[in-house]
Design a protein. Structure first.
Length: 388
C-alpha cells in the first residue's frame, strides 16, 4: 500500500511539471515559454555618464523660449558644455559669445591706428575769372578745390578701475594747384590782388596747402549700459592747429601769398555709445570742443620792378573756435587681442578764418567784422586695434 501511494505521488508531480500550470493561484509556473528578464541593482561606484552633445540651438545661440543669453568671460575653468545657470540663463562656451578682454573689469592697454581719407570743405580759393566788356563772363574760372587726401590718427587707451584714459592725435595734409588761361578775345580778372596791374591778365595759376593736427586727452566713464552695450561720457582737453596757405601768380608779374594760421586749446565733452554682438561691435561718438584760439593773418602782394611789396598786411585775432566731431564705425574681433574696423568721420570747425575770407575783408576795408568761415572735414577710415 505504501509503494502504491508513492507511485501515485510521483506521477502527479511529473504531470504538474509537464503542464507548466501553477498548482495554486498564487504560485508562478515552474516552466514557461516567455523570456526571463533579470534586473541587476545599479552600481554606485561607477562614474556618471557624460552629458549629451550640445544641440544646434545651443551651438548657434538660438535659445529656447523664456531663456536669455548670459555672456561670461572664457577661461580654462569654464565647462566645455552649455548648462543652465541661475535665473534661467544659458552660458555658452563658444568664443563667439565671450566678452573681449577690454570689456572685462581690470586694468589694461589698448592701441589703435586709423588710416584716414578726408576731404576739406569750405575753403575753396577762387583767384581769377574770365572778364569781357561785351557781356557775362564766358570761360573757365580759376578755383582751387581740394579733394580727398590721406591722413593718420592714433589712439592709446588705459583701462582704469573707474573708467578709461584716452590719448589721441590726428594729422592731415592736403594740397592742390591748377592754372587757367583766357579764351581768345577775353581777358582774366583777378580776384585776390589788392593792387591790380595796369595791363591785362591772360594766364593765372594758383597753389593751396592746408594742414591740421589735433591732440587730446579724455577721461571716459560709463553712464549707462546693458549686457551688450554701454554709453560713456567723456571730459577732456584738446590742442589744435590749422594752417592754410594760398599763392596765386599772374602773367602780368604780380603774385600774392595769403596765410591764415590758427592755434588754440580748450575743453571738450561728449558721448560714446558702443554695442557688441559676438565678435562684431559698433560705435557712435559725438564730441564738442571749445577752442580758445589765436589767428595769425598774413597778406603779401609782390610786383616786379617795384623793389618791395605793393600790399602787405599782418595781423592777429583772438577768437573762440567751436568744434564738433561726429563718428560712426563697425569692427570685427579677429583674435583675443587684434581687431579691425572701418567708419565715417565728420569734423566741423566754426568761426575759423580762410584765405578767401581774409582777402575779401581786406578788399572791402572791413577787416574785423564778419571775418569768419566754417570748415569741415569728412571721409572714411580703416582701423587696426590691439588690446592687451
Amino acid at each position: 500500500m505504501r509503494r502504491f501511494t508513492t507511485t501515485v505521488l510521483a506521477f502527479a508531480g511529473a504531470a504538474v511539471l509537464l503542464s507548466g500550470r501553477p498548482t495554486s493561484g498564487n504560485e508562478p509556473p515552474l516552466l514557461t515559454t516567455k523570456p526571463l528578464i533579470v534586473r541587476t541593482p545599479a552600481r554606485t561606484d561607477r562614474a556618471p555618464r557624460a552629458k549629451a552633445t550640445p544641440t544646434r540651438e545651443a551651438r548657434t545661440g538660438i535659445l529656447p523660449a523664456g531663456l536669455k543669453l548670459k555672456r561670461e568671460r572664457c577661461d580654462e575653468s569654464s565647462p566645455q558644455l552649455p548648462h543652465l545657470v541661475p535665473h534661467g540663463c544659458v552660458r555658452l562656451p563658444s568664443a563667439d559669445w565671450c566678452d573681449p578682454p577690454s570689456a572685462v573689469a581690470g586694468p589694461g592697454w589698448q592701441a589703435s591706428v586709423d588710416w584716414l581719407v578726408l576731404q576739406p570743405r569750405g575753403n575753396d580759393f577762387p583767384y581769377a575769372t574770365p572778364d569781357c566788356d561785351c557781356g557775362p563772363p564766358d570761360g573757365t574760372p580759376g578755383v582751387l578745390d581740394m579733394d580727398y587726401e590721406p591722413g593718420l590718427r592714433w589712439t592709446v587707451s588705459r583701462t582704469l578701475a573707474s573708467g578709461w584714459l584716452d590719448v589721441r592725435g590726428t594729422h592731415l595734409l592736403s594740397e592742390t594747384s591748377n592754372a587757367v588761361a583766357a579764351d581768345a578775345g577775353h581777358d582774366l580778372k583777378d580776384l585776390v590782388l589788392l593792387r591790380p596791374p595796369a595791363g591785362t591778365i591772360d594766364v593765372a595759376a594758383a597753389r593751396s596747402e592746408l594742414k591740421f593736427w589735433t591732440a587730446e586727452a579724455d577721461y571716459r566713464h560709463s553712464l549707462l549700459g546693458g549686457e551688450s552695450w554701454t554709453l560713456d561720457g567723456l571730459l577732456g582737453v584738446r590742442i589744435a592747429a590749422l594752417d592754410q596757405n594760398a599763392k596765386a601768380y599772374f602773367d602780368s608779374g604780380d603774385s600774392v601769398r595769403i596765410g591764415t594760421d590758427i592755434r588754440g586749446a580748450g575743453p571738450r565733452a561728449g558721448l560714446d555709445l558702443r554695442k557688441e554682438w559676438g565678435r562684431c561691435y559698433s560705435w557712435a561718438r559725438c564730441v564738442g570742443t571749445l577752442l580758445a584760439a589765436q589767428a595769425d593773418l598774413d597778406y603779401i602782394q609782390h610786383r616786379p620792378g617795384a623793389g618791395f611789396s605793393v600790399a602787405e598786411y599782418h595781423g592777429e585775432d583772438d577768437r573762440l573756435v567751436p568744434m564738433l566731431d561726429l563718428e560712426l564705425g563697425v569692427g570685427y574681433r579677429i583674435t583675443e587681442n587684434w581687431s579691425i574696423g572701418a567708419g565715417y568721420l565728420y569734423s566741423i570747425w566754426f568761426n575759423a578764418v580762410t584765405p578767401v575770407a581774409y582777402t575779401e575783408a581786406l578788399r572791402g576795408g572791413d577787416l574785423y567784422n564778419d571775418v569768419d568761415d566754417t570748415l569741415s572735414f569728412d571721409g572714411t577710415f580703416l582701423r587696426v586695434e590691439y588690446v592687451r
